[in-house]
Design a protein around this ligand. Structure first.
Ligand code: F6P
Length: 327
C-alpha cells in the first residue's frame, strides 16, 4: 500500500443501518492509523456531509468497544437533500474545507448511488455494501445479511414451538422492500412450507392448497414466510386463508426492525473487517468510483456505475428448494 503523507480519509454510514457497520468503521479507522493517515468520521451519513458534522479520531481507542455493537456509532439517515445537485455541491465543499482526500461510504443502494454521484464530480470515493436486504449487485453478501438471517431463524424457531402446540399456521413477514432474498433464505433455513416474495408471485389459492395439504399429511404446524415486498401483505393473506378453511388457524408475526438490530455474527464481523481494510487500500492506491465486495471467498472490486444500474437477483433454485424440502 502506498503511504500518503497528510492524507485524510473520511467514513460515513448511510441508509438503513445493518449489523456489522461498526465493525467495518473500526477496521477502516484502525487501518488508517496503521498507515499513519488521518481519519474523520462523518456523522449522520450524507446529511452530515452537507451539514459538516465531522468527528476527528485521534487514536485506535476512539473506535474501541464497537466491534460487537449493532447499529452504527456514526448514525445513519436517508438524505433527500443529497439526491439534489445543490446538496452534493455543499457536501463536496465541506469535504474540501475539512481536507478530506478520500471517502468511504458504507450502506445500501441509495448510499452507493450517492457515492457514484459525487465520484462523477471528482470526489475519490469507495463504497462498501451494507444492507440486510442483500440486493446489491457486485457482491455475494452485504454486511448485516448474515446477522439478520440468524435473527429470523431464531425467531421462526420460537414461533414454530408455539405453532406446533396449537396446530397453527404462522405467517412470518420478513424485511426486504423490493427483494425476497431474506424470505427465500429464511424459508430454507426455517423449513417453511412456502415463501411469498416479489420475484415469484403466487395466488392465495395456491398457498391455501399447499397449507391444507400439509394439514392433511398430519403436520401440526405450518410456516409461511412473506417478504415485505410480496404482492400480498401477511395480514391480508391470513384473513383470506382463514376464510378458505385450510385446517390450520393462522397467526401473523411481522418481524420488522428487530431484523436490523443485534450484535453482528462472526461472519458479518469478518466480512466487515475484510471489506473495510480493502476499501482503505483501494483509495490509497488511487482508485475511485468502485465498490469492494465478496465474490466466492475473494474480496473484489466492481465499478459503482455497474453496481447502481443492476440489482442482485433472487435465486430460483433456492426458491424451489423451499417447496422441495417441505414434505
Ligand atoms: O433496506 C433495508 C430495509 O430494512 C428494508 O428491508 C426495509 O423495507 C426498509 O429498510 C425499512 O426502512 P425504515 O428503517 O426507514 O423503516
Amino acid at each position: 500500500m502506498s503511504k500518503k503523507k497528510n492524507y485524510t480519509l473520511g467514513v460515513l454510514t448511510s441508509g438503513g443501518d445493518a449489523p456489522g457497520m461498526n465493525a467495518c468503521v473500526r477496521a477502516i479507522a484502525r487501518t488508517a492509523f496503521g498507515e499513519s493517515i488521518n481519519i474523520v468520521g462523518v456523522m449522520n451519513g450524507y446529511e452530515g456531509l452537507i451539514n459538516g458534522e465531522f468527528k476527528r479520531w485521534k487514536n485506535a481507542r476512539d473506535v474501541g468497544g464497537i466491534l460487537r455493537r449493532g447499529g452504527t456509532v456514526l448514525q445513519a439517515q436517508r438524505s433527500e437533500r443529497f439526491r439534489e445537485k445543490n446538496g452534493q455541491r455543499e457536501a463536496i465543499r465541506n469535504m474540501n474545507e475539512e481536507g478530506i482526500d478520500g471517502l468511504i461510504t458504507i450502506g445500501g443502494d441509495g448510499t452507493l448511488n450517492g457515492a457514484h454521484a459525487i465520484a462523477k464530480q471528482g470526489v475519490k470515493v469507495v463504497g462498501i455494501p451494507a444492507s440486510i436486504d442483500n440486493d446489491i449487485w457486485g457482491t455475494d453478501m452485504a454486511i448485516g445479511v448474515d446477522t439478520a438471517l440468524n435473527t429470523i431463524t431464531e425467531s421462526v424457531d420460537k414461533l414454530r414451538d408455539t405453532a406446533s402446540s396449537h396446530t397453527r399456521a404462522f405467517l412470518v413477514e420478513t424485511m426486504g422492500r423490493n427483494n425476497g432474498y431474506l424470505a427465500v433464505q429464511a424459508g430454507i433455513a426455517c423449513g417453511a412450507e412456502i415463501v411469498l416474495c416479489p420475484e415469484f408471485p403466487t395466488t392465495v389459492e395456491n398457498v391455501a392448497e399447499i397449507i391444507e395439504d400439509a394439514y392433511r399429511r398430519g403436520k401440526n404446524h405450518a410456516i409461511i414466510i412473506v417478504a415485505e415486498g410480496a404482492t400480498i401483505r401477511s395480514t391480508e393473506l391470513a384473513e383470506q386463508l382463514d376464510a378458505l378453511d385450510i385446517g390450520f388457524k393462522t397467526r401473523v408475526t411481522i418481524l420488522g426492525h428487530i431484523q436490523r438490530g443485534g450484535s453482528p455474527t462472526a461472519f458479518d464481523r469478518l466480512l466487515a473487517a475484510r471489506l473495510g481494510i480493502r476499501a482503505v487500500q483501494v483509495l490509497l492506491e488511487g482508485q475511485s468510483d468502485v465498490m469492494v465486495g465478496l465474490r466466492g471467498r475473494d474480496i473484489t472490486l466492481a465499478p459503482l456505475k455497474d453496481v447502481v444500474s443492476n440489482t442482485r437477483p433472487v435465486n430460483l433454485e433456492f426458491y424451489n428448494m423451499v417447496r422441495n424440502l417441505a414434505q
